[in-house]
Design a protein around this ligand. Structure first.
Ligand code: TXA
Ligand code: MG
Length: 335
């Protein structure tokens, strides 16, 4: 299949053409503020199947439905608790996904047969325009091959999916850089299933009580968010996440090198400037910048250049928690 590539700034027809293909049941990648999504008509089972096929995604992992306006929410979900409207007032459009009771309007494969549906209003002008132009709720997971880091540029999407999807809209680099906060709103107290830029403290400020789901607390239960059970964001090279200061990091690097390994280093700019490895990828400084650069950095290590990636650990404050959550999931070992 030929994959169309539109640059919105250069092509005034881009969104119209992409919307037309979506209405015809094709899968199209578009930018959001978190990461690029791979969208298809959420009410069309055949169209949604194209997403699973292109990504190589297991069919038991449900998709997030994207909408432009909150009044669509009641078309897709039932028994929406009052606190959800408060969260919407504060955080949507934005990097937060609400798990609600499913009304049964979206295609069955979107929700992987669950009785809940995930809904998000993205905060990106191109995503919102595409949703409005197509008039469709769009099921859209991150637009990467399953198991690879989420894409934060149109180039990442092309690298993974060219020839497999109908088109990609290039809207520049995603600002946030990590996926949305997923919050289960089906119980009396909201539960954060996936950490994101909107933190538990942010949610707590609005709703009072909030919990953060920890898979290890409930080893005997089915995973709440099916996506959490898969190893995620893994680059193709083993990743070691190292705690401690820069001298400990250098010791780990030296030991690996003594073992004949070529080492890739992932670190903030100030740490990177004082360490030596075969290849260093700088994440910038400050947690917000580091989050925005993380997936591009993970993708930039190539097989054949380094044998192992060593990553610095970051302060678990604010979005630092999200960075550490994703690095821990990507890591083969935490030292
Ligand atoms: O920022 C984002 O959320 C991006 C952009 C494109 O919007 N999307 C994204 O989608 O990260 P995806 O499919 O890569 O991750 C969706 C997560 C998965 O962990 C999935 O298991 C979970 O949300 N999820 C989807 N529907 C669910 C449901 N009904 N109940 C529980 N978890 C659900
Ligand atoms: Mg994903």
């Amino acid at each position: 299949m030929e994959t169309q590539y539109w640059h919105v700034e250069a092509d005034g027809q881009a969104i119209k053409q992409a919307a037309k293909l979506l209405k015809q049941g094709e899968a199209i990648s578009f930018p959001t503020e978190t990461v690029y999504g791979l969208g298809a008509d959420a009410t069309n089972e055949v169209a949604v199947n194209k997403i699973f096929k292109a990504k190589g995604r297991p069919s038991d992992n449900p998709l997030i439905v994207h909408i432009a306006d909150r009044n669509v929410l009641e078309d897709l979900a039932v028994e929406i608790p009052a606190f959800v409207w408060d969260l919407l007032d504060e955080f949507s459009p934005g990097p937060i996904t609400y798990i609600l009771k499913n009304k049964g309007v979206v295609a069955r494969n979107v929700t992987a047969g669950l009785e809940t549906v995930a809904i998000r209003i993205p905060n990106h002008p191109i995503a919102l325009e595409l949703l409005r132009e197509s008039g469709l709720p769009l099921a859209a997971p991150s637009a990467n091959l399953s198991g690879k880091p989420s894409p934060t540029t149109a180039k990442h999407v092309m690298d993974d999916l060219v020839g497999k999807i109908a088109g990609v809209i290039d809207g520049g680099t995603s600002k946030v850089g990590v996926e949305s906060t997923v919050i289960d709103c089906t119980g009396a107290v909201p539960v954060i299933l996936r950490l994101g830029a909107i933190t538990a403290a942010d949610v707590g400020r609005i709703v009072g009580d909030v919990r953060v789901y920890k898979a290890e607390d409930r080893l005997n239960e089915a995973p709440k968010s099916p996506g959490l059970k898969y190893k995620h964001y893994a680059p193709e090279i083993p990743l070691l996440l190292v705690a401690g200061d820069s001298s400990r990091l250098q010791q780990v690097i030296n030991a690996l090198q003594a073992d004949g390994k070529r080492v890739g280093l992932l670190a903030c700019t100030s740490t990177a400037s004082i360490l030596r490895a075969e290849k260093t990828v700088e994440l910038g400084d400050g947690l917000v910048e580091i989050a925005a650069n993380l997936y591009n950095a993970l993708r930039s290590f190539e097989k054949g250049i380094v044998d192992v990636i060593v990553s610095e650990s970051f302060t678990e404050v604010g979005i630092g928690k999200v960075i550490m959550d994703r690095l821990t999931r990507a890591a083969d070992d935490v030292l």
